[in-house]
Design a protein. Structure first.
Length: 182
């Protein structure tokens, strides 16, 4: 496992997130030595769809992608739908791609990538119901446990978390991907 000491990872989410898609990558990132920050358009503690509670560290309106080494986007239908409708969250997400920084996304979290306009020519996976949306945005969708495309790490469901976490930590350890920004 890569040593992520000194790395800062933003987790962007709001209420209705898939609990394990926050907690499992969070634990993997922390376990590898990185610092994780929960960024959200909501200003209160967040509640996952199964009741997990998480305190917001930073309002997305005050967040700057330049302060982080990577971005993690947990899924959950309600979470993902609300984030893609929040322009500050979309801009924050786009900034990671513009800078070539690693981005992890799982399940429905990929919806915000469509809004950010960063899917053209990218290969990724997601929850199967997003397949048509992602293809219409120019992505090549595949049904695989984990997919890595120049710093973009994607998976389908919580069942994929062990493989996803390993690849996410690896990509954050590798750092900036110049092709990601093209």
């Amino acid at each position: 496992m890569a040593d992520l000491s000194g790395k800062k990872v933003a987790f962007l989410l709001t209420n209705g997130y898939e609990d394990s898609e926050l907690t499992s990558p969070w634990d993997a990132i922390i376990g590898a030595g990185a610092h994780a920050t929960l960024v959200s358009p909501a200003d209160d503690d967040l509640t996952g769809k199964k009741g997990h509670r998480a305190p917001v560290d930073l309002d997305v309106a005050s967040a700057d992608a330049a302060d982080f080494d990577a971005l993690m986007l947990p899924g959950g239908v309600v979470n993902a739908d609300h984030l893609r409708m929040d322009e500050r969250s979309v801009q924050f997400t786009r900034a990671f791609f513009d800078a070539g920084k690693p981005v992890g996304v799982i399940c429905h979290g990929a919806w915000i990538l469509i809004e950010a306009g960063v899917m053209d020519g990218r290969t990724l996976t997601s929850y199967p119901s997003l397949r048509t949306d992602l293809k219409n945005a120019g992505a090549h969708w595949v049904d695989e446990e984990v997919v890595v495309d120049q710093g973009l790490v994607s998976s389908r469901t919580p069942d994929d978390l062990p493989a996803f976490n390993a690849k996410l930590v690896e990509e954050i350890g590798e750092g900036r991907h110049h092709i990601q920004a093209e």
